[in-house]
Design a protein around this ligand. Sequence first.
Ligand code: HEC
Ligand code: HEC
Length: 307
Amino acid sequence: MKPKKWFVTAILIVTFGLIAVGCGGAVTPTTAPTAVPEPTKPSAPTLTPEPTKPSAPVATPAPQVASNSAPVIFEQVEDRLKLWQAQIPPEYAGKTNPYPLGDASAVSAGESIFNDKHCAACHGGELEGDGEFSQVLDPKPINLTDPVLMSLPFVTDTYLFWRIGEGGSQPPFFSAMPIWKMKLSEPERWQLVTFIRSRTVKEVAENEEEENQAAIAVIEKVGCFACHRLGSRGGKIGPEWDGIGTRAATRIPGMTAEEYIRQSILDPGAFAPPGFEDKAQLMPSSLGEKLTAEELDLIVEFLLRQK
Ligand code: HEC
Ligand code: HEC
């Protein structure tokens, strides 16, 4: 089982090295010898210790894992936290992404490179870490679209840029991730980072859209729109909600926007916003009891997003 896995991985890495070289256009005698050993060398140390070292238990769950489902991601996080905190080498540490988040031409350039270089073979077409080769990789690629993983404080653009440049060749990673710095220019590698980020942002936006809809459903159920206006819907008995996420932070000195909104719902009349000084008794005080804790959170988060 283990030797077979090792063998398949080695074959895979060498094959991929050849594909990558082949796709790079003319194969010159100087590039071929360097390109092939690159990925092979770093992978060996990870795979060899498995049977001997006490690290074996960590590697054991891998074969049972058929797909990159959510719980696997979180197992991975525990394993990876140490890796991720690796010090970014000084030659990378000072570099910053020249492309702004969501820069459309950088995103599409990055997407073309991602396709040309067959990153999907390991990372999956949707960047979720489930490419056709991912089964035999250890460690496997993570889900690069996962909003939680991708917003961890050490998963910075600089970190991603470093990792694309040096791949799994450096400690503590020692993985099958190829080295791209010889095949891709710095701007190309930043375009890849910007492309990867664009996928995460999309997922965040989709989650947000779902949460907005869930929040609106609760707001409709409880009847807040009878008195509050958002955009073109709702009444005018209470303060309007457009911009409430921003205004809430300025209402009571020392209170965060979140605290203010939460308390406004749970204890209406506690505050009298400008223009509503004489209406503090109008908002029903029973609303808090009608809402579950989750529903209240949904509404508070939703109102905070109305900037
Ligand atoms: C042969 C398989 C393979 C190919 C091809 C490959 N990767 Fe990877 N990549 C991996 C593996 C395995 C990891 C996880 C181990 C690690 O972090 O070193 C990884 C990690 C990464 C990471 C770091 C994410 C983390 O877990 O911290 C980035 C970013 C990345 N790859 C981008 C790319 C891009 C962009 C390409 C194409 C230009 C590419 N990879 C091609 C296997 C591959
Ligand atoms: C019957 C009318 C009425 C209903 C229904 C109502 N409110 Fe209000 N709301 C008010 C009035 C009037 C005020 C201003 C006076 C006050 O703060 O009590 C207010 C204030 C607020 C504020 C503070 C706004 C600001 O600009 O400072 C928030 C937040 C709020 N309501 C949320 C809600 C939510 C969420 C619901 C539904 C769960 C709701 N309200 C239902 C009338 C209402």
